[in-house]
Design a protein around this ligand. Structure first.
Ligand SMILES: [Fe+2]
Length: 251
């Protein structure tokens, strides 16, 4: 056997088993993830923020952006998905999403290919009825279904939210091994993402044993958070896939 050839084969296999993942937002609590299949140059964005689209351009240079994915109907910011879809990529959401402009709907268990990698979708209603986890190569992108550690989960008192559904959807996490990295949709800037095993010990929601405990946590958290400041602009924009003439937080 010729060792150099074997080494080449081994290194190719190693490269193809990993996907490049970058979190692109440098400030604010919203996370946007870029996924890149290095061998094909195909890329996907998860939860791009419309305000930040121009800042993503350098990261996307030379890549073939094929999918832009919204983990759910966002209420706190305008998604960049429909604007990116106008440039030719597919806009992916759950089949039950009320949002206009979506070009590809998925249901629980669906897979779509990103170059050499499969993106697998898991339906986790509760924060919204259309909430998804996106799974790829040792990562789960949980949107507002699950945050890191003490931050718990997203609130269930906004459009389409249901406390009992969110509690039931936590069972979906049994599908994943403990070493998957939980990449959340919101956390303070600079938060280090942690494994599911770590979250099982450090996220209070995952240590709860009864739906009543969960309901109490949700009710207290929603009362503490109060109203969502951007909802009256962001939610209609996302539902109708239209940027309003006036975006108050940009004035
Ligand atoms: Fe959300």
């Amino acid at each position: 056997m010729n060792p150099p050839v074997w080494d080449k084969i081994k290194s190719r296999v190693v490269i193809e088993r990993s996907v490049r993942v970058e979190q692109l937002n440098t400030d604010g609590w919203a996370m946007t993830y870029l996924l890149v299949c290095e061998s094909s140059g195909k890329a996907a964005l998860i939860d791009p923020v419309w305000d930040n689209l121009s800042s993503y351009e350098s990261a996307l240079e030379g890549l073939d952006l094929v999918y832009t994915i919204a983990t759910h109907t966002h209420a706190d910011h305008i998604t960049g998905c429909f604007s990116l879809a106008e440039k030719g990529c597919e806009y992916v959401m759950h089949k039950g999403s009320p949002c206009l402009g979506v070009t590809r709907h998925v249901v629980d268990g669906d897979e779509i290919q990103l170059g050499n990698f499969a993106l697998t979708f898991h339906h986790v209603p509760g924060h919204t009825s259309d909430s998804l986890i996106v799974e790829v190569s040792g990562h789960i992108f949980t949107g507002d279904f699950l945050f890191t550690g003490n931050r718990g989960v997203g609130r269930d008192d906004l459009l389409g939210g249901r406390i009992d559904q969110h509690w039931d959807s936590l069972a979906v996490l049994k599908r994943f091994p403990g070493d998957v990295l939980v990449c959340s949709g919101h956390d303070p800037p600079g938060t280090k993402m942690q494994s599911l095993a770590w979250n099982r010990e450090n996220n209070p929601i995952l240590t709860m044993t009864s739906p009543d405990q969960y309901r109490q946590w949700q009710e207290t958290t929603s009362a503490d958070l109060g109203s969502v400041s951007n909802i009256k602009t962001a939610l209609p924009a996302n539902l109708f896939a239209e940027i309003p003439e006036n975006v108050p937080w940009l004035n």
